[in-house]
Design a protein around this ligand. Structure first.
Ligand code: HEC
Length: 347
């Protein structure tokens, strides 16, 4: 092999390493828990602890791990709590400070706040034991989808309680975002927690988890006049390519031979909600692939800023609540302000 061949070979090897490294780095972390669509539940319900009334809003800057059970629970509760203890021991102190375990008893007749405190502390000195009246407990369990059933007592008055054996993960914004099954291992919990604390659940994974049942978190401002006006403008200027239902042209995912694309959907199945509003405005104003037969035309000279904004408002109005939330930044806590118009509206 001459020097030139060696250089090429070395170059190829480096390229291969870079590609492999790139692929590994881009792999999204696979959580062991089940990601659920962000479920808002009643954070404001007060539960009773030895220290007095407590509600979850108190822990809004932490990941709260909720486990529902009862202290007479023969095996599942102790194993689950012990597992949480082991998992937390694997975290750094800073990470541990971002997590709060709360054991909620669904058996308030036998579990007093004092008894629960003692029980929870067996597993972790900062674990909290809480319970409430039946109504208080049910407000929490129903909003999280936790099931339990108090079984009839035997002749000695002893009874068992069937209950969901999941651990419910509430994120620092107060949303249920993940559940861990009873079978999960302590090290898997630790791994999930580290990722949750570092990066949270990537929004695209949350979106795949399905529609969120609550609409309250959306902070994308839709102004009815703009949406209305936008619909007319959309139908006149965009619908012939992007579809009256915003569905795009079938096959839009596959690039054409010349590198251009068919008109993509702008509605639910689109990817444009991952672009910033500024990027969308830019593509609408400047067009794309103008020199190719299939292209996105430039609307700079035909539509005013306000008209473009109205069309975008109409497009947003067709998105799912999760897409709106994402766009509005609710899931990242950075709400998007409405733009300031530079041009005067056309009548
Ligand atoms: C003549 C057909 C046509 C018309 C009319 C049209 N578009 Fe497009 N549009 C396209 C095509 C084709 C693309 C894909 C360009 C590419 O990626 O190669 C596109 C892309 C886009 C994109 C970028 C999507 C992305 O993910 O990059 C947006 C946003 C968009 N169009 C909005 C609009 C709006 C709003 C209107 C009406 C004001 C409109 N388009 C009118 C054909 C059209």
């Amino acid at each position: 092999m001459n020097t030139k061949q060696t250089t090429i070979l070395v170059g190829l090897i480096f390229l291969l390493i870079a590609v492999v490294a790139g692929i590994t780095l881009n792999q999204p972390y696979q959580f062991h828990g089940f990601i659920v669509p962000p479920v808002q539940h009643d954070n404001h319900v007060f539960l009773r602890t030895q220290e007095g009334p407590m509600n979850l809003t108190k822990y809004h800057d932490k990941f709260v791990l909720l486990y529902f059970g009862y202290t007479y629970c023969p095996d599942v509760c102790p194993t689950s709590l012990a597992k949480l203890k082991t998992a937390l021991a694997e975290l750094s102190e800073a990470e541990r400070n971002k997590v709060q375990v709360i054991f909620i008893s669904v058996d308030p007749d036998r579990d007093t706040p004092e008894k629960l405190n003692e029980y929870a502390k067996l597993f972790g000195l900062d674990f909290i034991g809480a319970t409430g009246t039946r109504t208080e407990i049910d407000l929490v369990t129903e909003s999280l989808g936790v099931k339990y059933k108090i079984n009839p007592p035997d002749e000695n008055g002893n009874y068992s309680v069937d209950h969901s054996a999941y651990t419910y993960v509430i994120d620092p914004n107060g949303y249920l975002v993940m559940v861990w099954s009873h079978e999960i291992l302590a090290e898997e919990i630790a791994e999930d927690l580290t990722h949750l604390i570092e990066t949270g659940i990537p929004v695209n994974q949350q979106l795949l988890a399905g529609p969120t049942p609550t609409s309250v978190i959306c902070s994308l401002t839709l102004i009815p006049e703009f949406v209305n006006n936008g619909q007319g403008l959309y139908e006149h200027n965009c619908a012939q390519c992007h579809g009256i239902d915003l569905g795009g042209i079938p096959g839009w995912r596959t690039p054409l031979a010349d590198g251009s694309n068919l008109a993509p959907p702008l509605g639910i199945s689109s990817v444009i909600w991952q672009k910033t509003e500024a990027e969308l405005i830019e593509v609408i104003k400047d067009g794309k692939n103008l020199n190719k037969p299939i292209h996105m035309p430039a609307f700079e000279n035909t539509l005013s800023d306000e008209e473009i904004y109205s069309i975008l408002q109409y497009i947003y109005s067709k998105w799912s609540i999760n897409q709106k939330n994402y766009y509005a930044g609710s899931l990242t806590q950075t709400p998007m302000p409405p733009p300031a118009f530079t041009s005067t509206p056309t009548p």
